[in-house]
Design a binder for this molecule. Sequence first.
Ligand SMILES: [Zn+2]
Length: 157
Amino acid sequence: MLLFKFNKEKEPEVVMETPQNTSHIVFGIHDNLLECSHCGKVFLPKIPAKIDDFVAECNKFVAQHENCKPLMKLREHRGNLAESMATVIEIPPTLEALKTVINNELSVFGVPEITDNMIRIEPYGFDKRINWNTHIVMIAGYGVYGYIDGPLQETSC
Ligand SMILES: [Zn+2]
């Protein structure tokens, strides 16, 4: 739920408070954009609008993104950490997203399609150098593909 407070000039200067579990959805006072800091999607409510409509529109966006998980980082296995970090990309923290990336990368080299049960993720320790709760990504018949900065999640937005 959102709480709004309009100032006297009826400018869309809005004070919004969200409960703890939606603290990743923020309202930019200056650009009037709602933004989900986990998936990066933004929503521009129509202004001017009736306050009820405005709140309803915003609440809809919040409901859609309430359970969004933050993006995870993925780096490919390389000779050293610096080279590996140069390959970092951010993707949804799901097996589906990971599989898509792996297949896109490996199909170039003629590697047959990787399926869910060929991918194994295991905790690999906390890496203080990069502050990653590192998990290793291994592929059956291929070896170590790379590393992610935390465990996979069940769903994403
Ligand atoms: Zn989101």
